[in-house]
Design a protein around this ligand. Sequence first.
Ligand code: ZN
Length: 485
Amino acid sequence: MSLLIVKADWVITLNERGERLRDADILVRGPAIAAIGPGVGEKALSSGEPIDEVIDGRGKVVIPGLVNTHHHLYQTLTRNIPATQDIPLFPWLVKLYEVWRELDVEAVEVGALVGLGELLKTGCTTSTDHHYVFPRPGGRAAGSGPSDGPAAGGLIDAEIRAARRLGIRFHPTRGSMSLGRSQGGLPPDEVVQSEEDILADSRRLAETYHDPARYSMCRLALAPCSPFSVTTELLRRTVELARALGLRAHTHLAETKDEEKFCLDRFGCRPLEYMERLGWTGPDVWFAHAIHLNDDEVKRLGETGTGVGHCPSSNMKLSSGVCRGPELLAAGAAVGLGVDGSASNDSSDMWGEMRQAYLLSRLAHGDRGFRAEDVLRLATVGGARVLGRDDIGHLAEGMAADLVLIDLDQIGFAGGRHDPVAAIVASGDSHVVDTTIVDGRVVVRGGRLTEADEKDIVQRANRVSSEMLDRAARRTGTDYMQPSA
Ligand SMILES: [Zn+2]
C-alpha cells in the first residue's frame, strides 16, 4: 500500500528543527513515511512507481497524528448523567461505581468504538486506555466466591477488538482495583478483584497482545487505578511485573486534595512519596494529572524522567486544580495530553483538549504559559515520549505514517491563516479534521470514519447506555435523572 499527499499548503513536521514546509509532499510506503518535502510527489509520479492513492493537499495543513495519554473509554456510556454532574472526584466516583458495575463485554466494546471513533475524528492516531472496572458476575464481592479466572470477562480483549476494527494505534492498560470499601478503599467490593486474578490476567494480556516492534499497533501497559483503590502490595507487585515483562506502568496521581489527605492519613506521606517508596518513578512510568505537587516533587519527577498525562478539561470539570505543566517540562519530565474519561470531560475530543490546555495555561501560568506550538508538541512529541515511542510524534522519513490533514479553507479559519499552528490550535472547531491516516491507512476521510458505520455505533451506544443506567437504578433505587444536590 502506498499513498501520496501532494502540495500541502503547510507540513508542520515538529522535528527538532521545528521545520514548517510550504507546498510540500509526503510519500508513504506501507506503515512509514518514505519521503517528505517539496518535489517528492513529482519524482514519485514520474518514476512510474505504483501509487495506490493520491491525496490533494492544496488548502490543507498536515500535522503528525495526536497522541492521547489518558482515557477511560467505557465512560463514554456514562457521560452527562444528571446525578453525577458538577461534583468533585470522590463523591463523583462513588455515584458512578454503581453504574459501572453494569459493564459487560458489549458495553466495553461499544464504549471503545465511541471513544476511539471520536478520537480518530479529532486527529488522534494513538491512544491509551485505562480500564480498571471489572465487575464480578452476579454482583459477588471479591473473596466471596470462586475466582473469576484469568480472562476476567475479556473486557480488555473487547476494546482491543474495537481498536483494530477502527484502525487506531492502541496502548490499552490492564487496570485494576483491589482495595474495596470493606478494607478502607473507595470502590464497592463488587468491582474489585484479587491480586492473583489481576496479575494473572495482566500476564495473559501481555503475552497475547503486546507488540514491542517498531510501528507496533498494540502495546500493553499495567495500570492500578489509584492509591485509594488498590492495595500497597498490588502497586509494588504490578510495577515489578511490568518491568519483568518490558511494559510501562501507569496510574492516577496527585489529582485532588482528597487523595492527598487519604495518603497522609493512611500512609503518613504525600502521594508521590508513597509511590516512590514502591518503585513507581522513572521513564517507564506515567501518571495521569500530577496536579498537587510541591516544588521538590516537580523536581523529582523531572530528575527521574517520569511521565505526566495532563488532562485540562477533566481537571477543570471536577474542580481538581491545574497541572504545573511548564514547570514539569522544564524540570525534565515527559508531559503529554489526555482527554481523560468521558464522564469527566465529557468528550473524547483531542483537538478540543489542545485548545483547553492552551487557554488554561495562558490563564494559570501567565508569561511562563504554553504557546500554541508548545501545546501541539505536548499532544504529539510529548505524548510519544510519555508512551516510550520513537516512531511516532513528528514527521520525518522513517517515522510512522500517522498523519492528519486539516482543511484551512473553512469559515472558522477565514482571516486567520497568518500562523498555521496558532490557527489550528485556537481557531476553527474541533471537527475540522478532513483526513486521518494511521499506519499508512486512511481511517477518516471527509471527516467520517472509513472502517465502521457511525450511525450503527451511535444507536448501539445509546441502547447500551440506557440499559446500564436502568439496571443500576433498579438495583440501587437511585434516580439518576435527578441533578446532583
Ligand atoms: Zn482518569
